[in-house]
Design a protein around this ligand. Structure first.
Ligand code: ADP
Length: 474
């Protein structure tokens, strides 16, 4: 079993720290050990990032972007190796892991290009002898705390824009998936990211997160994870008035109008729901299908789900891997049993899969009502509950009746309806006849309690910049 090390201030460290084991969710066996850091190591990482900031921010954008571009090339050359490591620690099927590495790398490539376009402004002045200038400058040390469901992409979409505009960073990946993160950092170092510019600490989330939120030198906190932890980090960040970007939970509705192209809707819902065994924050949580097409829709979806092959992600045939841990399986089971008790019909699935590994059968339920737990709480697993509607305004009201506002999906062939529903939904991302809306060039983020700030696209760079207005008297 390999012992991994961490990069702090350009040194690979941690062999003499306490270690913890990383588990393969497909087998429940340990596969590697990583250092278990705490407050002291978190602070050392900030020391390094703060010092490196004075140098990194002065590089030209081209210099920084050249390094990022080399990072992109190295990740590309080694994508198979990173994907395998990801499947082993996270569980997703190898083809999906490879897809994620490419998606993650698209952020590095995109920001290596976009980092050169941090434009300021000149403003027509308030007096003839004045000139007014607006500069955009890197905010400073960025702390990034990332989740286990996308072990590569959640890192690159924070780190790439931060580094591109001249910030330095300290990173804590999720405890369950540190290996992909360490690999990415290794390639960043090989690409020429100077010492201290990118640092990684694994270990106690509470201690590391706490050390970073209270540190004045950390000017920006970017977090992806649960709404509960996100709220706590936002409160902790208030004392030092850090800028925060939070990408939190969701509860995505998937609305299928009467005139939808059924094949397109079925393909869309399968992609949205079952990717990563339903463990994505923009996963469909609940379907509202028009009453008149319910029977056709349910049977088409259930038929496809029955063909899915659950197993170890390293097995070529597998289309659905294990869930991340026992708690994740318990949560899906709880939602299914609650719905079953309240009268839902299990079309397929509806049980755990026995044996080693954290498996739950992909499940489709019909006859679902709004009082069932799965209709208001995030399931984060392979459970698709299908409810019906007859009036589109009723579907919109029910879709919006949640504290979350990350992604929503609408399927229709009617252009007017498409705009009407898309504009009425209180969500940051709309998949209009599209079950996979994420892309490096587009702003990803939520309304309401799904978070604040955006990742990806031009907007994803703004989050790492401060504005400075210079008033000049001639
Ligand atoms: P998930 O449900 O995706 O595991 P969490 O919010 O628990 O979501 O975890 C997301 C990230 O936040 C992980 O890196 C985790 O270690 C970290 N984390 C969890 N609790 C805290 C905390 N109290 N302070 C800082 N980071 C935390």
């Amino acid at each position: 079993m390999k012992n991994y090390e961490l990069l702090i201030n350009g040194e690979w460290v941690g062999t003499d720290w306490k270690q913890y084991e990383v588990i393969n969710p497909a087998t429940t066996k340990p596969i590697a050990s990583v250092p278990y850091g705490g407050e002291k190591e978190a602070k050392q990482a900030v020391d390094a990032a703060a010092e490196a900031f004075t140098m990194w921010k002065k590089k030209t954008a081209q210099e920084r972007c050249d390094i990022l571009y080399r990072w992109y090339e190295l990740v590309k050359e080694n994508e198979e190796e990173i994907a395998k490591l990801m499947t082993e620690e996270q569980g997703k099927p190898l083809a999906e892991a490879l897809g994620e590495v490419r998606y993650a790398n698209a952020y590095i490539q995109w920001y290596a290009e976009e980092g050169k376009r941090v434009y300021g402004e000149t403003i027509p002045a308030s007096a003839p002898d004045k000139r007014m200038l607006v500069l955009r400058q890197p905010i400073g040390v960025v702390a990034a705390i990332t989740p286990w469901n996308f072990p590569a992409a959640m890192i690159t979409r924070k780190i790439a824009p931060a580094l591109a505009v001249g910030c330095t960073a300290v990173l804590k990946p999720a405890s369950q998936t540190p290996l992909t993160a360490i690999k990415l950092v290794e390639y960043a170092e090989q690409a020429g990211v100077p010492k201290g510019v990118l640092n990684i600490v694994t270990g106690s989330a509470r201690e590391i997160g706490g050390a970073w939120t209270k540190d004045r030198r950390v000017r920006k906190l970017t977090f992806t994870g649960s709404t509960e932890v996100g709220k706590q980090l936002m409160k902790e960040s208030a004392d030092t008035m850090k800028k925060v970007s939070l990408e939190l939970g969701g509860h995505a509705p998937f609305i299928v109008l009467k005139d939808a192209d059924l094949d397109v809707a079925v393909t869309g819902v399968l992609a949205s729901k079952f990717r990563n065994a339903g463990q994505t924050c923009i996963c469909t949580n609940r379907v509202y299908v028009h009453q008149d097409i319910e029977a056709q829709f349910v049977s088409a979806v259930a038929d496809k789900v029955k063909e899915m092959k659950v197993g170890n992600g390293l097995d070529q045939q597998t289309t659905i891997g294990p869930m991340i841990d026992e708690n994740a399986v318990d949560k899906v089971n709880e939602h299914v049993e609650d719905a079953r008790a309240k009268g839902a019909i299990i079309e397929t699935g509806g049980q755990r899969i026995a044996g080693d590994g954290y498996y739950y059968a992909p499940t489709v339920m019909s006859g679902v009502t709004d009082d069932m737990q799965c209709m208001s709480e995030e399931t984060f697993g392979p459970l698709l509950p299908i409810a019906t509607f007859t009036d589109v305004d009723d579907a919109i009201t029910r879709a919006n009746d949640t504290p979350f506002g990350l992604a929503a999906y609408v399927f229709t062939t009617n252009l007017s309806e498409a705009f009407y529903v898309s504009e009425a939904l209180e969500y940051g991302i709309i998949g209009l006849n599209d079950g996979g809306p994420s892309a490096a060039q587009a702003p990803f983020g939520g309304w309401k309690e799904s978070g604040t700030g955006r990742e990806g696209g031009r907007q994803g760079m703004e989050d790492y910049l401060e504005t400075k207005y210079i008033s000049i008297k001639l």
